[in-house]
Design a protein around this ligand. Structure first.
Ligand SMILES: [Ca+2]
Length: 480
């Protein structure tokens, strides 16, 4: 009898444990690298094919106005993983950000400390692309954030195939080269010869191996970050001659402060219109290749029966210029560089399009709340949960992004985009009427009729920075 009681008690305990384990939703966090929202067909692009991300967008909440905190890999990722604005921690460079937060818990660490297995595949914190990918190294990873971590090594610009350098190669005679430059390679060897294919395979393996316990799986794809290396078949839908230039394809620099002119432009990169179109085609091919890898991972989740118990997030660390203002790559504060795609799919919640402003710093509190975890008191994002419950809800009326060593600032609301170059504006301002001039072509900062608006934003910037910096990250223990 006593034995039977013991067995029943044991069954009860196991049952309670399994119920509790099942109630904890898994988290699948997928982040692409340098992916602008303007390249996705679920957003406003009709030339680039992204069927897998589009499908996820149709099943989850798709945010049309999501922004990064810093349009550069390292500080953007540090901000979203630790939940602080770059000026709260002083993280403006190519590090994980750990050196500035001490023993503060990262987003995935909070999940680890609450019974989750935390795993990383490829680039989540900063990795130099292509250098750390060629090495297969951890880059600037934060080891405390993961129970397990895996890197996806690849040949990058040395991949076998047909290559072409379209940056600083005006006569087209230079060979492909290493580094952060627009090299295009139509590669041989199929999906799995490339880093993102390897990342998908590893993610699928981890989903299968961990289906019985709650997991936080972070999957980082490195495309469409340069070099634009993709299996050759992904280039077929994008003959370069058919690539169209954006509406703001114009060196409309006369009214821009010098610092607003981007670090890579068609002019300083000596790109011909043909090379510009080839760069757009190479970017789109890289996006479509990455999209296919996203599809493989999401299919595995479905096949393993985990769709109904997994929160899926898809985003990018920042955007990318594809010849708007004759700009390329990131760093700039214009919309194409700072806006990101963001999709959050929560089991049991209805699909929707949400126009509320959202920031990547909001992911940490949002996903923690959805999983029933209490985030540390002093992280700075806002929970987006109200917008998941009701897509008409607005959690922010303005976004805040910085760049260039934390010395250039953007405040952006529905009506205006305000940029200040240096905190005191000593290197100039930009002010765009986003309702009349959504492509940010006419800088109104020096127009007398907009002086009040400019002054209003100067005050808002001072208040915002004071607020962000007041968050004493070292002075308070995490709230348990
Ligand atoms: Ca990036």
């Amino acid at each position: 009898m006593a034995n039977l009681r013991k067995i029943l008690l044991l069954l009860f305990v196991i049952g309670a444990y399994l119920t509790q384990a099942k109630e904890k939703p898994n988290v699948l966090f997928i982040i692409s690298d340098d992916l602008t929202a303007t390249a996705l067909s679920s957003y406003e692009n009709k030339a680039c094919f992204t069927p897998n991300i589009d499908k996820l967008a149709s099943e989850g909440v798709m945010y049309t106005s999501a922004y990064c905190q810093f349009p550069v890999c390292g500080p953007s990722r540090a901000s979203l993983m630790f939940g602080y604005y770059p000026h709260a921690t002083g993280t403006h460079g190519y590090t994980s950000g750990r050196e500035n937060v001490g023993d503060r818990k990262s987003w995935s660490q909070l999940f680890m400390d609450n019974g989750y297995k935390s795993m990383r595949v490829s680039k989540i914190y900063h990795m130099g692309v292509p250098i750390h990918i060629s090495q297969g190294s951890n880059g600037e990873d934060d080891s405390l954030s993961w129970n397990e971590r895996y890197n996806s090594k690849g040949l990058e610009y040395l991949s076998p195939g047909v290559g072409e350098l379209v940056q600083n190669n005006p006569d087209g005679t230079k060979p492909v080269k290493d580094g952060n430059v627009m090299t295009i390679v139509k590669s041989e060897g199929g999906d799995d010869a490339q880093p993102d294919g390897k990342t998908a395979l590893k993610a699928i393996q981890l989903i299968k191996a961990n289906k019985d316990k709650p997991f936080f799986l972070a999957v980082g794809f490195v495309r469409p970050h340069v070099p634009f290396v993709a299996p050759k078949e992904y280039f077929e839908p994008y003959p370069w001659e058919r690539m169209a230039f954006p509406i703001s394809y114009n060196d409309d620099w006369a009214d821009m402060p010098k610092r607003a002119i981007n670090y890579v432009t068609s002019v300083n990169a000596k790109m011909s219109p043909e090379q510009e179109k080839k760069a757009i085609a190479g970017y789109y091919a890289s996006v479509s290749y990455m999209d296919a890898q996203v599809g493989r991972v999401l299919n595995a989740l479905k096949e393993e029966g985990l769709e109904d118990n997994t929160i899926v997030i898809f985003t990018s660390d920042h955007g990318f210029h594809l010849a708007e203002h004759r700009f390329w790559m990131k760093v700039s504060l214009k919309d194409e560089s700072v806006r990101v795609p963001l999709i959050i799919k929560v089991p049991g919640e209805k699909p929707a399009v949400c126009n509320s402003f959202a920031e990547l710093v909001d992911l940490y509190p949002t996903i923690s709340e959805l999983a029933g975890l209490t985030p540390p008191k002093h992280i700075q994002g806002k929970s987006l949960v109200p917008t998941i419950k009701n897509p008409e809800a607005e959690v922010r009326d303005m976004i805040f992004t910085v760049t260039q060593g934390g010395k250039s600032f953007l405040l952006r609301n529905r009506e205006w985009a305000f940029m200040s170059y240096n905190e005191d504006g000593s290197l100039g301002y930009e002010l765009f009427d986003m309702l009349k001039d959504p492509h940010q072509i006419t800088n109104l900062a020096k127009r007398p009729e907009h002086l009040d608006t400019l002054n209003h934003f100067k005050e808002l910037l001072a208040l915002k920075l004071k607020d962000v910096r007041n968050n004493d990250i070292n002075g308070y223990p995490d709230r348990e």
